[in-house]
Design a binder for this molecule. Structure first.
Ligand SMILES: [Mn+2]
Length: 396
């Protein structure tokens, strides 16, 4: 029996003002072919289907069209999709019941109303049981610790998540009885000992979970994890992150994007990592003006997205020169960062040069400084109001 494990698609991602539609489209058509070729029986998508709670319409269209195409693949029995921290519960929930008719199970928050234990059935009976655990939100974690008072937030997350998995495991065992079939779990969290990249958010308050891959591995025959964008094993061979299918930040430009092909023979599990073809390269160039200019001239694929880190004694001048050269070469330069040397940091006259390296708050602060306001109370009020607006916009 073959299972395909993927996660962190982040459909609809806005990358420094650019759309990833083409890359996602290419990935989904490739994935569809793999599912057909390899005769996949179960597809698992472990969270972060969409990049935001309110995905753009083209992203929803990609999602639905892909699921419609899957429904025509006879060898595929079941698709299970769980929500990640980026997904909105209500967005995924809206089509949940409709998708059930296509054998697509969507698990949005794992609360008491939702069935997360999914038996995979074939003519000859149940062939596997999947505990489809989504990203566990605070209210669900509390439910799994009924009766206990946990004040410490970090402890709450740890104990609650473990309790959640243990309850799921017990229920799955009851269903399994004495059949020799694999128990599979999904999850969307950071486990102890895993490697992270820049574009994942810390999702639990306190940040550090004390849940290791070996702990989950002791309960299940395979654990399909999402949230971290780098393909990796954690603690043991059968507890894995698939990673994202396209690089989601410049810090991920050197990774190879993969999906996991999981094969069960009897109850023996084997995993093959399949590399996803890259449709757009992200390139990071670091160095002084001369090095960067030389490397820019060597870029053949004009479709690439580029970030440069300038480390130069005259960064203002280098910045202008590099931008001019990139535009002359018709390259897509998305960000310029200035790596300041010790000397420059001491030199007071060097102010912030590039918008790319300022936070939203810093930009507002700089703008305020230009006003030279005398009323300090007003200034504080303006900053507070600005921050409120920003957080409102970001939470949408
Ligand atoms: Mn995530």
């Amino acid at each position: 029996m073959k299972i395909l494990h993927t996660s962190d698609w982040h459909l609809g991602q806005n990358f420094m003002g650019k759309s990833r539609e083409g890359e996602h489209k290419a990935f989904l058509s490739w994935l569809l072919e793999v599912i057909k070729d390899k005769k996949i029986r179960i597809l698992l998508v472990s969270g972060d289907i969409f990049d935001t709670g309110t995905p753009p319409n083209y992203a929803l269209e990609l999602y639905y069209n892909f699921l419609k195409q899957l429904s025509a693949v006879k060898t595929l029995k079941t698709t299970i999709i769980t929500a990640g921290n980026h997904d909105s519960v209500s967005t995924l929930k809206a089509s949940k019941q409709l998708l059930e008719t296509f054998n697509v199970h969507v698990v949005v928050n794992g609360d008491e109303d939702e069935n997360i234990i999914i038996p995979i059935k074939e003519d000859e009976g149940t062939i596997a049981i999947v505990c489809a655990v989504p990203f566990l939100r605070d209210n669900v974690i509390r439910q799994s610790l009924a009766g206990e008072t946990v004040s410490d937030k970090e402890k709450l997350a740890n104990n609650g998540i473990k309790a959640f998995y243990e309850t799921a495991h017990t229920k799955a065992l009851e269903l399994k009885q004495d059949k020799n079939i694999p128990l599979i779990a999904m999850g969307h969290l950071t486990t102890v000992g895993s490697r992270t990249s820049e574009s994942e958010r810390d999702i639990y308050i306190g940040g550090t979970l004390d849940i290791g891959g070996d702990y989950l591995g002791s309960l299940f025959d395979y654990v399909a994890l999402g949230h971290l964008h780098i393909n990796q094993t954690v603690g043991c061979e059968h507890v894995r992150y698939s990673g994202s299918p396209i690089p989601l930040s410049f810090s991920e430009s050197k990774n190879t994007q993969k999906v996991n092909l999981v094969t069960f023979n009897e109850s023996k599990v084997e995993v093959e990592e399949l590399a996803v073809p890259l449709t757009r390269k992200l390139i990071v160039i670091k160095g002084n003006s001369e090095t960067i200019k030389k490397e820019l001239k060597n870029i053949e694929d004009k479709n690439s997205w580029i970030e440069v880190h300038i480390k130069d004694d005259n960064p203002m001048y280098a910045n202008t020169e590099i931008r001019e050269l990139a535009s002359k070469l018709e390259l897509i330069l998305l960000a310029v960062k200035i790596d300041k040397s010790e000397k420059q940091l001491q030199a007071k006259e060097l102010k912030a040069i590039s918008l790319d390296e300022l936070s939203i708050d810093e930009v507002f602060q700089k703008r305020l400084e230009q006003e030279e306001l005398e009323d300090k109370v007003l200034e504080v009020e303006l900053v507070t109001n600005f921050k409120q607006i920003v957080s409102k916009v970001q939470s949408q």
